[in-house]
Design a protein around this ligand. Structure first.
Ligand code: ATP
Ligand code: MG
Length: 163
């Protein structure tokens, strides 16, 4: 049965954040959208980069994954899987989302989106990972929730993290 219950995890080091991203990579699929929320420097790009590099490495590819702060979108191909990495911090209007093709990509690609609040209310099913600062330097927290079809992905993520 799908529970989709939200979970909070403590990330005691950057290594633990990278492990979360590796677990996430194993669940990547076309049509899955991951919203990466949280303040500047919380670790959104760190999660996206590790997730993407893990997927690329599975296909023997080694690529830089720069923060898409200025390009807004960077795309990758891990074998048959199309990956979109978006940073909407500099988005000027929601019309730009259509121009970028992000709406369409939500249906067909594996999408990782930083600063998702810039989209306003998104109607797409998504896994949301909200990163925050932990109690001491080098620590973070991750609140993870899901809407719609992503609830099953959240359950599988919880399962893999508890192993
Ligand atoms: N536990 C941790 N998890 C993730 N990053 C950490 C952790 N501890 C320290 N860091 C550091 O915090 C920084 C996170 O930067 P990152 O670019 O991933 O943040 P961001 O949320 O994408 O910021 P921005 O809003 O500017 O896009 C990196 O320099 C990383 O090394
Ligand atoms: Mg970033």
């Amino acid at each position: 049965m799908t529970s989709g219950a939200p979970l909070t995890i403590d990330l005691a080091s950057e290594q633990e954040t990278l492990q979360l991203a590796t677990s996430l990579a194993k669940l990547a699929a076309p049509g899955l959208t991951v919203l990466l929320d949280g303040p500047v420097g919380a670790g959104k790009t760190t999660v996206a980069r590790q997730t993407i590099q893990h997927l690329l490495a599975e296909h023997g590819q080694l690529e830089d994954v720069p923060s898409p702060t200025f390009t807004i979108v960077q795309t990758y191909e891990a074998g048959p899987l199309e990956i979109w990495h978006a940073d909407l911090y500099r988005l000027t209007s929601t019309a730009e989302l259509n121009e970028l093709g992000l709406d369409a990509a939500f249906d067909t690609a594996f999408c990782l989106v930083e600063w998702p609040d810039r989209m306003g209310e998104s109607s797409t099913d998504a896994l949301t990972i909200t990163l925050g600062y932990g109690p001491s330097e080098g620590t973070r927290t991750a609140d993870i929730s899901a809407t719609g079809n992503a609830a099953a992905v959240l359950d599988r993520l919880q399962e893999s993290l508890s192993q």
